[in-house]
Write a protein that binds this ligand. Structure first.
Ligand code: AP5
Ligand code: ZN
Length: 218
């Protein structure tokens, strides 16, 4: 299974990715998690990326495409993978297409902007795994601690309201066009295009999970 979860910041891509990767036994390729790991490690890429991420902008296509190309060479990608937060621009989608990557599904998760700010302001993450919680909507079993490891949860630096608004603008301008890109490809050339599915991301985490599994079984 090879698929993309497409959707605005805070749509629940990371939350839902965990269910699919576990079910299909495939890795999650989250370019956001990869960049945050580089920031934490203090690599030259991390130092450069942090400035862009804190402002809510996008890291250059060249860097991201290189990161993903390297990641796809890892042996755990042999039986498929789930992209979360990639591709995010038309050039990134074109790079994937010209690399001959054959995707099964693109699933768009739709969430209205009003809900997004609230989701991000209450988000808490377990940095090493990328697991995501919400203080009200999806709380951990023990406040401030990861369910699996018991380690501390943190707030992401780019979840400040001003940065979130900027990320939403960037989404509208640079990433939203991928909705058309993949849906029209699926209409024009159903034999080689990934199947395009759109689900609502509003509701309980479990409800969205079942919509998502229906989408990738149809
Ligand atoms: P990235 O990490 O990809 O962030 P994003 O796409 O903005 O998405 P988020 O991680 O914020 O949201 P999500 O959809 O995963 O939601 P989550 O499940 O956590 O990218 C970060 C930055 O890195 C970018 O801004 C950019 O600078 C850079 N970058 C990354 N990839 C790049 C690329 N390809 N090209 C260029 N630059 C790139 O859920 C959000 C919250 O809502 C959580 O608190 C969660 O618990 C809660 N929640 C989840 N589901 C529900 C529900 N059903 N109801 C209520 N609350 C819910
Ligand atoms: Zn995420």
């Amino acid at each position: 299974m090879r698929l993309i979860l497409l959707g605005p910041p805070g749509a629940g891509k990371g939350t839902q990715a965990a269910f699919l990767t576990q079910h299909f036994g495939i890795p999650q390729i989250s370019t956001g998690d990869m960049l945050r790991a580089a920031v934490k490690a203090g690599t030259p890429l991390g130092i450069e990326a942090k400035k862009v991420m804190d402002a809510g902008g996008l890291v250059s296509d060249e860097i991201i495409i290189g990161l993903v190309q390297d990641r796809l060479k890892q042996p755990d990608c042999a039986n498929g993978y789930l992209f979360d937060g990639f591709p995010r621009t038309i050039p990134q989608a074109d790079a994937l297409k010209s690399a001959g990557v054959k995707l099964d599904y693109v699933v768009e998760i739709e969430v209205p902007e009003e809900d997004i700010i609230e989701r991000m302001s209450g988000r808490r993450v377990h940095q090493p795994s990328g697991r995501s919680y919400h203080v009200r909507f999806n709380p951990p079993k023990v406040e401030g601690k990861d369910d699996v490891t018991g380690e501390d949860l943190i707030q992401r630096d780019d979840d400040r309201e001003e940065t979130v608004r900027n990320r939403l603008n960037v989404y509208r301008q640079q990433t939203r066009p991928l909705v058309d890109y993949y849906s029209s490809w699926a209409q024009q050339s159903p034999a080689d295009a990934p199947k395009y599915r759109k689900i609502s991301g509003v509701g309980a985490v479990e409800e969205i999970k079942s919509r998502l599994f229906d989408a990738v079984n149809s």
